[in-house]
Structure formats: C-alpha cells, structure tokens
Design a protein around this ligand. Structure first.
Ligand code: CP
Ligand code: NVA
Length: 307
C-alpha cells in the first residue's frame, strides 16, 4: 500500500501491525527518549489547507524522533487546485520530499494528490475522513482496555470526518460502534454501507441512533467532536440550535458503563459539545489521546517510508 488515505483501505491485520508498532515505538521513546533513526535524512512535506495544532506538531515531532524532518506548507501557499493543478503539485513535490501529508477541504483532492504523486501520501483530514485520528483513537482504546473485541464505542454528535473514520476502524477491528446524531446530521450512506461490510467480517455491531441516552447505555467509550467542522462555519448558528441535546456532560457520562472513558479529537469547544467537568474529569482521556497521535503516526510513517 503506497498511501494512507483511509483506514478502510487496510486489512485488519495491517491495521493491527501498525498499532503494535505504535506501541513499540511509544515504549522505545519513553525508555530511551528517542527512536531508532529509521527515517534518517527523509523529509515529509506537509500541505495544510486548514489550521492545525495536533496534526502539524505531532507529525513534525514524529519525523524528528525517527531521524527525519518535516516541512510545513500553510494554507496561504501552494493554492492547491487554484494557483496550480493538483496533478502538477503532486509531481513537483514528489521530486523534493519522500512523503506528503495533506489536510484538505475536498476529499477528492487528497485522492488526486495520491494518484499523481510517486511518493506516499497521508491524509491528514478531509471533509470525508480523518484516518490518522482514528489510529490514535483506537490506540488509546486498546491501551485502556487491552482489547478491542466487544468494546462498546459510542459517538455522540455530528456525523462527520472524525466519526466516519472511527466507525471504520471499529468495524475493521471488531469493536462495536454506535452513533447518536441529530436527524439530518448523520454520516453519508456510502460510508455506512462500507462499515457494515467490514463489521460483517469482524463481528462488530454498528448502531445508528438519534437518542444520545439510548446510545450511551453500556458504552465503554463516549466520543464527541465539534458541532461545526472546519469549512462549515456558515452553518454554525443553525448547528448551535440543533446540537445542545447531544452535549457530553456529567449526566450523560453517568448513564454509561462505570468504566467509561471519554474521548474527543480536539480542538474542544468547551461547554458546547463537551463540558469542562467531563473534559477535565476522571473519565477523560483527551490528552493521552492527543499525545497518541504522534505515536500512531510514527508507525504509519515507518510503514510507508522506511526501507
Ligand atoms: N485532532 C486534530 O486533527 O487536531 P488539529 O486540527 O489541531 O490538527
Ligand atoms: N471535525 C473537525 C475535526 C478537527 C480535527 C473538523 O473537521 O473541523
């Protein structure tokens, strides 16, 4: 596999291999303060059409840990598909860097980059999915419970890029996945159909609900994300009216399994989709989850770029 564009492109075995490697690299980094320089002299070019904290910094540090380096190219540069065609950008970049990470608006744009690039392309979030986030999420769940089989993961909120990749990784690896979203704010049917195919093979159960209380009963993981994703800003006022019943607050958390952990990809809009009490409370794993971005992505980088 040349690229990392969607978790669904990988077999469960390949995903598990990357998770095992992420755990190994995390352990190695913790004990030695560094990793073996398997990406020595390699350069990751990072194209951002949208802002970022975690994706930018975790990839940059991850490359440094592995002996390589990363180059940040911000939204004001390149003009992907506007100043220059995506096919041309991909072919030019391929001569300068050893892999490309791209955060885009339109999912087709990251697919197009991958099509024309001769070096690996990593999807750092599109309007459709966020596969690097899903790898960090599932690593965090695995670390907490020691297994994914039979774990109940419940996402409460908008059916967006983050929930889609989370659903796909759960369906691939055998965790049960439930979403509760307001009517009309669910995930695309095509993405759900694919998840159901994965689930039929892994034994995962997928539930698509609109009642957050029904959804969190028995949940081992409650996950939420912003009600308004980057690029949807003009819908923010409407969304602030529809989404408050889907807030992850102490009452909702108390309806889940006593061992429940709470996740959020961040950035959090505190006291909108998640209360301070929950984000900073005993069930929260928000910051270990954010830190796991770096470890999960190092495994992806090694698998795509080493050797
Ligand atoms: N979760 C995530 O992707 O964060 P950034 O937008 O800060 O990269
Ligand atoms: N769904 C959010 C995730 C941010 C990391 C967005 O696309 O803005």
């Amino acid at each position: 596999m040349k690229d990392f564009l969607a978790v669904g492109d990988y077999t469960p075995e390949a995903l598990q291999d990357m998770l095992d490697l992420a755990i190994e690299l995390k352990q190695e980094y913790k004990t030695k303060g560094s990793n073996s320089p398997v990406l020595k002299d390699k350069k990751l070019g990072m194209i951002f059409q949208k802002p970022s904290l975690r994706t930018r910094v975790s990839f940059e540090r991850g490359m440094e840990h592995l002996g390589g380096s990363a180059m940040y190219i911000g939204p004001a540069e390149i003009g992907l598909g506007k100043r220059e065609s995506i096919a041309d950008v991909a072919r030019v970049m391929s001569g300068y860097v050893d892999a490309i990470m791209a955060r885009v608006f339109d999912h087709q744009h990251v697919l197009e980059l991958a099509k024309w690039s001769s070096v690996p392309v990593i999807n750092g979030l599109s309007d459709y999915n966020h596969p690097c986030q899903a790898m960090a999420d599932i690593l965090t769940i695995l670390e907490e419970f020691g297994t994914l089989k039979g774990i109940n993961v419940t996402y409460v909120g908008d059916g967006n890029n983050v929930s889609l990749s989370l659903m796909h990784v759960c369906a691939k690896l055998g965790a049960h996945f439930t979403i509760a979203n307001p009517p009309g704010f669910g995930m695309p049917d095509s993405g759900i159909a694919v998840a159901q195919e994965f689930a039929a093979k892994s034994g995962s159960q997928i539930r698509l609900l609109t009642d957050p209380h029904e959804a969190v009963a028995g949940a081992d993981v409650i996950y939420t994300d912003t009600w308004t994703s980057m690029g949807q800003e003009e819908e923010a006022t409407k969304r602030e009216v529809v989404f408050p019943p889907y807030q992850v607050n102490q009452k909702l958390v108390s309806e889940a399994s006593p061992r429940v952990i709470v996740l959020h990809c961040l950035p959090a809009h505190r006291n909108h989709e998640i209360t301070d009490e929950v984000a900073d409370g005993p069930h929260s794993r928000l910051f270990p989850q954010a830190h796991n971005r770096m470890h999960a992505q190092k495994a992806i980088l090694v698998r795509l770029m080493a050797g």
